[in-house]
Design a protein around this ligand. Structure first.
Ligand SMILES: [Fe+2]
Length: 334
């Protein structure tokens, strides 16, 4: 109860006390703020508008800044209706006109307390809902990661040479992407895309996957299918990660259009797929495969440079070289 006029203040306080509520009185906005500071937020404040030291409008602003949910009702003279309306705009809950009528005070106080209870209830539900949504989101992400790991393990069980390949490609791709300015969610999609780029090989026959000699035209056609198949497998649960799907589908495209599955050229090939194409080729060259022994990292780097412009994006090859300047430290161990 804030009013510089002690008489008004006391009589209003008596009315409110008779209504069953406790009151604290203050003679100015500054005094009221000091009391709030000491005692914490109060359910309801009734404040006069014109007071020396700190007027009601300033008090209203300051108090709502500190206690946004506090119910504040302004006390106004008949001539102050415009100011009272201003106060409502600033967040006051209501106003009571002077001279004060006992019945009116009771009704306004009840209404203000009811409104505040509703505000608090809403705030509670909102906060509760937000944390629930966050928790569900976290769980969704976790089950997505579990699903991804399951798929990668399934593929690695089938193709011994992919074991470690996906993880290395993922790590090479991420460090290269960092050089190219990727951050946050886009970087995370690169990581996931690297991990999953060959997932479609789950559908490739083992005899073809592990064939020691050169592939026939039919077998090559069959193995090429892992790109589009991988995209189909992942599409239902990767709707929020379109970059992952693009990596899986397009990591065998070549700048000159001689790649697969779509024969895209240059910048038609998604940038993220151009990154994975380079690091995938590097890892394939520097690890043993069923059909050949590995090359040295220096040799593989030279091969990448030789194929810049025809097969590989020059910016990506540069970024990869910057990300891993010392070939002697390659391949990275997982
Ligand atoms: Fe592949």
């Amino acid at each position: 109860m804030i009013d510089d006029d002690a008489q008004v203040r006391h009589s209003l306080a008596r009315v409110i006390e008779a209504h069953g509520l406790g009151t604290i009185e203050a003679a100015s906005g500054a005094e009221a703020l000091a009391i709030l500071e000491r005692q914490g937020e109060m359910p309801l404040v009734i404040s006069d508008i014109y007071m020396p030291e700190m007027d009601g409008v300033t008090f209203l602003r300051e108090a709502l800044q500190r206690y946004p949910d506090m119910a504040i009702v302004m006390l106004t003279g008949v001539a102050e209706v415009t100011t009272a309306v201003e106060c409502l705009k600033l967040g006051a809950l209501d106003y009571i006109s002077k001279p004060v009528l006992v019945e009116e005070v009771r009704a306004r106080v009840d209404k203000a307390l009811e409104k505040r209870a509703l505000v608090l209830q809403n705030r509670f539900y909102q906060q509760h809902l937000e944390s629930r949504v966050r928790e569900l989101d976290r769980r969704n992400k976790q089950s997505l990661i579990n699903g991804v790991q399951m798929l990668v393990h399934a593929l690695e069980a089938k193709d011994a040479y992919t074991s470690g390949h996906s993880s290395r490609v993922s790590r090479y791709a991420v460090k290269t992407a960092v050089q190219l300015g990727y951050t946050a969610d886009r970087l995370e999609q690169i990581r996931l895309g690297g991990e999953l780029h060959d997932i479609g090989k789950i559908g490739t026959r083992e005899a073809v996957l592990n064939k020691p000699g050169p592939l026939s035209a039919d077998e090559f056609h069959h193995i090429k299918g892992h790109t589009a198949l991988g995209e189909r497998i992942l599409a239902p649960f990767m709707s929020e990660s379109p970059m992952v799907l693009r990596i899986v589908r397009s990591h065998h495209e070549r700048l000159d259009g001689a790649g697969f599955p779509d024969g895209l050229t240059g910048t038609q090939i998604p940038a993220e797929a151009r990154i994975v194409a380079v690091v995938d080729a590097f890892d394939a060259m520097t690890t043993n495969r069923a059909y050949r022994a590995s090359r040295t990292p220096e040799d593989a780097m030279q091969e990448l440079q030789r194929c810049v412009g025809t097969h590989f994006d020059p910016d990506v090859v540069n970024a990869f070289t910057r990300a891993f300047p010392d070939p002697a430290a390659l391949p990275i161990s997982i």
